[in-house]
Design a protein around this ligand. Sequence first.
Ligand code: EPU
Length: 421
Amino acid sequence: MAKYEIIGGNPLVGTVTISGAKNAAVAILPAAVLVAGRCRVENVPDISDVRILLNILRDLGAEISQPEEGVVEIDCTEVTCTNPNPELVKKMRASYYLMGSLLSRFGKAKVALPGGCNFASRPIDQHIKGFVALGADVEETEEYVKLSPGPDGLHGNRVSLDVVSVGATMNIIMAACLLPGTTVIENAAKEPHIVDLANFLNTMGANISGAGTDTVKIRGVEKLRGGSYTIIPDQIEAGTYIAAVAATGGNVLVQNVIPKHMECITSKLQEMGAKIYNYDDSIRIISEGRLRGTTVKTRPYPGFPTDMQAQICVCMALASGGSRLTESVYETRFFGYCSELTSMGADIMINGKTAVVNGHPKLHGATVRARDLRAGAALVIAGLAAEGTTFVENIGYVERGYERIIEKFTALGAQIKRIED
Ligand code: EPU
C-alpha cells in the first residue's frame, strides 16, 4: 500500500472546501435502489468507499453515469438482481444498506456480511431486529444474511432499538419505505446523515417524518420516482481539518459546512483555546499558542462524535496539562492509533474506556501505520504538527473517506506527499 510522507511544523493557512458527507453518500446511493427512475445526486465525494459502492450497484444492473465532478446519476429501474457481489460487499461497511433497500423493493435480498474498518466488534443485530419486526424471515450465516417475506408478509411495524445505531436506523428507514403500513423507529439515531437520507427519500416521494429526533415515522408508499438531491457537507471531514489547524496552529476558513452540525466539535476546540468564528456556511478557525487540556466523552449526535475521537486526541497530546478522553460508542477504538501516537512522543494511558492524555509541547516524526479511517486521519494531523518527518503507512484506510486529502492540505501550506510502494 502507498504511504504519506509528511514534513511537520508548518502552520495551516488559507481556505479549504469540504466535500459531501461520506456517511450520507454511502446510504443515499444504496437507497437509490428503492427508486424506479433516475436520481441525480450532487456533492458526492470521490472516495474509495463511494467507488466500491457504485461498482456494486452497476453490477446489480443500475445505470450509472458521472456527468460532472461530484455528480452521480443513477437509475435502478432495470435492477432485478437481489444478490450483490459478495467480494465487493465485503470491501466496505455501508454495503449493509443494500439489505434494507433490496428487501423493501423486491421483498428479498441475500447480502454478504460487510467489511470496512474493524476497530471494534460491529454487530448488526439491531438491523436484523428491525427486518424481523417488518415481517422478514432472516437466515444468518457467518457469510451472509438472507431476507425473505415471513408468513404474514412484509409490513410496517414499531421497532424500538436497544442501542442507538446509525446503521440500523438508516437500514430500517430504507426497508420500511415501500412496505404497506406505518413503521415507527424508537430510540433512533439523530445524526445529520440520517436527516439527509430521509430528505433524499422524501424528495423521491417517500413519506418519512421525525428524522433527526429519536422517533422516526415511515408511512409506506407504493413507489418512489426519480429526482435531484444534494448531499450535505461532511461533518467529520470538516472536523478533521479544524482539529488539524488546532493542532498545528494557523488560520483557516473551512467552507461548505453546516456550522450547526459542527457545534459538538467546535465547542470543545474553543474550550481548548482555539478561536472559532461561525458564518452561514463556513467556519474560520484561528489557533495561536498552545491548546489547553480538556475532557471529552464521545456520544451519539448531538454529542461529540466517536469519529472525531482520534483527531481530538492529537490536540490533547499537544495541549498544556492533562486531558481525559472517554469513548462510549466503540470501546476498542483507542487501539487503532494510541500506540502510534506514543511512538511520536505522545503520553497516553488507556484505562478501560478512558484515555488519560498528558500533553507535551512537541511530537516528533516517526513511521506509523493507519489501522482505520479516522485513526489514519489522526496520524496525518500528528505528522503535520510534529517536528521532523512522519511516514503514515496503510493509507488506503484514509482514502476510503477523505477526498483529495493531499491536495487540500497542500493548499493550506502543509508538506505532505503520497509515495507509491
Ligand atoms: N450496535 C449494535 N448492534 C447493531 C448496530 C450497532 O450493538 O446492530 C452498536 C455498535 O457496536 C456501536 C453502537 O451500536 O457500539 C453504534 O453503532 P452504529 O450502528 O451507530 O455504527 P455504524 O452504523 O456501523 C456508523 C458510521 C461510523 C460511525 C458510527 C457511529 C457509516 C458507514 N459508519 O457506523 O463511521 O463511527 O456510525 O457514529 O455510517 C467512520 O466514518 O469512520 C465510521 C466508522
